[in-house]
Design a protein around this ligand. Structure first.
Ligand SMILES: NC(=O)c1ccc[n+]([C@@H]2O[C@H](COP(=O)([O-])OP(=O)(O)OC[C@H]3O[C@@H](n4cnc5c(N)ncnc54)[C@H](OP(=O)(O)O)[C@@H]3O)[C@@H](O)[C@H]2O)c1
Length: 311
């Protein structure tokens, strides 16, 4: 039996690790070893049978498969470097990263791990926290076939409803994820604009939300709910569903790649500016949909709505 480890218990990681641990328990497999910068976030996972291991290096030395789900490229790079520099053998270990990172970060991780006879599988995800809780994420998987075949049964119908195969080049998964987030961020901008329009014209956000959900699907409907429930600006002691800085990172990754290829992304550029303006005004504790607050201000409304936090 392979021991499986997990690093990263944020908005997405905790929900995903909980589902993986439930699966392992049902299969009577070894319980998930987990670690996180803030270990206390693992309490729900421990309740399900997960086993805390505060040291990432020790976790790596004890596991054959190591999942990571962290905020950005810098955090992932530091974890990979820590594993590579730890002095422990990494031979035949499989590292599976589910975070959204730049393809160049993936290339670097692949090379570092290959030099240690370990494999890197990129498995970024589509869907927010509620979808992660339901185990219905869409994964884009890429990496050496031998490794992806080992990992897929831990994903399909465990953490995800669909695994999109991106081949043996792990950077392709990362590229697909970044491309997908062009749609995500632009859709949030579009829903935000429509809801500000509905409020200012007297149409009202209720009928608008009903239409968005019915005509444009549950994803767009979910983005509308983030606005009307105030989740775009949650209380300061809450963790946003998809932190605004994470979405800005994704938009910047897309724009840097687009620029190299001579591609224009004008709508994404606008959405990024609106997210940055929101963060400038209201701070870090904002959801990616918080460009809505900026759009409200541009229309002469307060940044906050009746359901959001108020400062
Ligand atoms: N949220 C979404 O809807 C969504 C959807 C698809 C993909 N993604 C992507 O999935 C990844 C995770 O997203 P998330 O929403 O779960 O993020 P999150 O809630 O911000 O969690 C980030 C995780 O990274 C850890 N971390 C952050 N900075 C760190 C540092 N300096 N050193 C060590 N650990 C650090 C956090 O530890 P602590 O718990 O100690 O803070 C936490 O475990 C991101 O790449 C994001 O772009 C997110």
């Amino acid at each position: 039996m392979t021991q499986i480890g997990w690093y990263g218990l944020g908005s997405m990681g905790l929900a995903m690790a909980n589902n993986l641990q439930r699966h392992l328990a049902a299969k009577k497999a070894l319980s998930l070893l987990y670690t996180n910068r803030t270990m206390s976030r693992g309490s729900p996972l421990q309740t399900l049978g997960g086993i805390p291991e505060p040291s990432f290096d020790k976790l790596v030395s004890r596991c054959g498969i190591i999942f990571t789900m962290v905020s950005n490229d810098t955090v992932l790079q530091s974890l990979i470097s820590s594993a590579v520099d730890s002095g422990h053998s990494l031979k035949d270990k499989i590292f599976v990263d589910c975070s959204t990172v730049h393809p160049e970060t993936v290339s670097s991780a692949v090379a570092q791990l290959k030099a240690k006879e370990a494999s890197y599988v990129a498995a970024p995800v589509f869907g927010g926290n509620p979808i992660a809780v339901d185990g219905k994420l869409v994964f884009a998987i890429g990496g050496p076939r031998g490794a992806t075949e080992v990992v897929k049964p831990l994903i399909q119908d465990v953490m995800g409803r669909k695994v999109i195969e991106c081949g043996e080049d792990a950077t392709k998964s990362s590229l697909l994820k970044i491309a997908g987030n062009i749609v995500t961020v632009n859709m949030m901008e579009a829903v935000g604009e429509a809801q500000v329009f509905a409020e200012k014209t007297g149409l009202g956000t209720g009928p608008m939300e009903e239409l968005i959900g019915e005509a444009f699907g549950p994803v767009a409907g979910g983005y509308s709910k983030r606005l009307t429930t105030g989740a775009y600006a949650p209380p300061l002691d809450a963790r946003p569903g998809f932190g605004v800085s994470l979405a800005i990172k994704d938009a910047r990754h897309a724009m840097s790649m687009a620029e190299k290829q001579g591609v224009k992304l004008p709508a994404l550029e606008l959405a990024r500016k609106n997210m940055e303006a929101a963060r400038e005004y209201a701070g870090e504790c904002l959801d990616s949909s918080s460009m809505y607050g900026t759009l409200r201000q541009q229309a002469g409304l307060p940044f906050w709505n009746e359901k959001s936090r108020q400062e």
